[in-house]
Design a binder for this molecule. Structure first.
Ligand code: MN
Length: 518
């Protein structure tokens, strides 16, 4: 990767001004890294340029690209953050600072230890440490991806260490952000270094299996394509092969490769959600579905936001085939995840933004990634020196997430174990304030009923209902708890005021004089 090829790649995605800045950043970084070499013997600058190239591929905004070019300058050269801010603006320097902080390790994490000593979850700690701007994490993932792609030049001890960390921290991070393609590449590369023997064995096993079934699968594919065409659908069918790492994990659970039905799956991409269900119907009309394996991740997305319909069918000649059905948008999201919400096109159109508004873009996060905004809120409060009870932190951040719906179909993302009042407060604190009951999936339920993934919840309100002190036991999220506390205080103040005014009006205070006996 050199300057010219990076600029060529960037040309069609960014404005003239942005390209000028990128060009400038390349020159600056090249000068700063002058004389440094990578283990491969190449000039060091090839690494940041490759990272920037990956970020362009992911469709990131120009500040992120520039920060990618500069990401190692503060740590490894004489460049200072002030210099970067004066040359490229606050946002870029903020991003570079974030990336530097992660690699300068774990200083940020050590701060957090005091808040979160009980968690061994590096991933989440890391996310909080950089929680102010999720683009920092995306740059770090691009950095790690390029390092994994060039890991062969490192010593074998280094390879082991880096591969292990990638598998334990960075791949799950990519997964949490819904970046499926990145997660898979990180896992495959790590696995190939950590257990090269097993990796080779599975590679061979997979090749044998696929050789046998590819032709049969081709016939199924043709048959399906014809059926969909006959229905007048506009679609695309792809084959997808299971990754070796996920095969490895499944084999540990299922034992034998014969028990794994999705070594190869067919992926059908259509125009909209309705067509997804239509395709499912068509497939089930043609083949016998394995009922237990029908998954509707469209109406109930996976916690990281993944959406698709999955079904496994048995063809008349006893072949078992998995299908994944999704729209173009869902496909895009499954591959690129969070990165899909930062579109260069959007950035191209909105040139103006406030200095320091590094959370820009995050307000447009899809519902399934609301936890990121929550994380950022908490990170901001921690940084402002606010003392957040440990209990609260762990409660919100370290539980799994579920999705629930309002009767109108709005989606809400809550921690597992959340109660109906948590939902009500997530909708609006004024709604929660007047709640007197809950109808869940059409049935009246108590305040204690834990919510489950996919529940549809209606909050029944009444003007004269008010929060009660006992509700403190009926909320589990820190958001609901905070709001409730404010409301209870208000109610108490109100009650006192009312009492006082009552006293004033109805029972005039007696003058404090000794009553003289008559
Ligand atoms: Mn780097």
């Amino acid at each position: 990767m050199n300057k010219q090829s990076l600029l060529d790649q960037a040309r069609s995605f960014y404005t003239e001004d942005q390209l000028f800045e990128i060009d400038h950043a390349i020159d600056f970084a090249t000068e700063m890294h002058e004389g440094q070499k990578r283990k491969s013997g190449e000039p060091y600058i090839t690494h940041p340029l490759s990272v920037a190239s990956i970020l362009i591929e992911w469709g990131m905004d120009s500040d992120t690209i520039i920060a990618g070019v500069l990401h190692d300058t503060v740590e490894d050269t004489d460049a200072t953050l002030d210099k970067i801010e004066s040359l490229f603006g606050y946002d870029v320097s903020f991003l570079v600072d974030g990336v530097t902080k992660i690699s300068q390790a774990r200083a940020g994490m050590r701060d957090l230890e005091q808040y979160l000593p009980q968690t061994k979850d590096n991933l989440t700690k890391l996310l909080i440490a950089v929680g102010q701007d999720v683009r920092v994490v995306i740059i770090k993932l691009a950095d790690r991806l390029h390092n994994m792609r060039t890991l062969q030049y490192k010593s074998s001890a280094k390879q082991q260490k880096i591969a292990r960390e990638t598998l334990e921290v960075f791949a799950p991070m990519a997964d949490q952000l819904g970046m499926g393609r990145v997660r898979m590449e990180l896992e495959e590369k790590s696995f190939s270094y950590l257990d090269p023997k097993e990796f080779k064995r599975l590679e061979k096993l997979m090749r044998q299996r696929l050789g046998k079934s590819t032709r049969k699968l081709g016939a199924v594919r043709l048959e399906v394509e014809r059926a969909l065409q006959a229905e007048g659908l506009d679609f695309e069918v792809n084959g997808r092969v299971k990754s070796l790492y996920s095969l490895h994990k499944k084999l540990q659970k299922r034992g034998h490769i014969d028990n794994i039905y999705d070594l190869m799956a067919l992926r059908v991409i259509v125009q909209d959600k309705e067509q997804c269900y239509r395709v499912l119907g068509i497939l089930h009309g043609m083949y016998q579905p394995m009922v237990a394996r029908i998954k509707d991740y469209i109406s109930v997305p996976k916690p990281n936001g993944y959406q698709s319909l999955h079904t496994t069918v048995i063809t008349p000649n006893k072949q078992i085939v998995e299908f994944q059905i999704r729209t173009r948008g869902m496909h895009e999201y499954a591959e690129r995840g969070l990165a899909a919400s930062f579109h260069y096109q959007q950035q191209k159109n909105s040139k103006e933004y406030q200095k320091g508004d590094s959370r820009r873009g995050v307000s447009q996060l899809p519902a399934q990634l609301q936890w990121i905004s929550q994380l950022q809120e908490i990170a901001a409060r921690l940084r402002a020196g606010e003392d957040i009870p440990r209990q609260q932190l762990s409660i919100d951040l370290f539980r799994n997430r579920i999705f629930v719906y309002s009767p109108k179909g709005d989606i809400y993302n809550l921690p597992e174990g959340a109660l109906p009042l948590d939902f009500a407060y997530a909708v609006h604190s004024d709604v929660a304030k007047h709640a007197y009951g809950f109808r869940i999936n059409g049935k009246m339920e108590s305040f204690e009923r834990p919510l489950e993934n996919g529940d549809v919840i209606e909050v029944l309100t009444r003007k004269l209902s008010y929060p009660k002190p006992g509700w403190a036991q009926l909320v589990t999220t820190s958001h609901a708890r905070d709001k409730l506390r404010l409301q209870l205080n208000k109610v108490r103040v109100q009650a006192v005021n009312e009492a006082i005014s009552l006293t004033d009006k109805i029972i005039p205070m007696r003058p404090f004089t000794k009553r003289s006996k008559k």
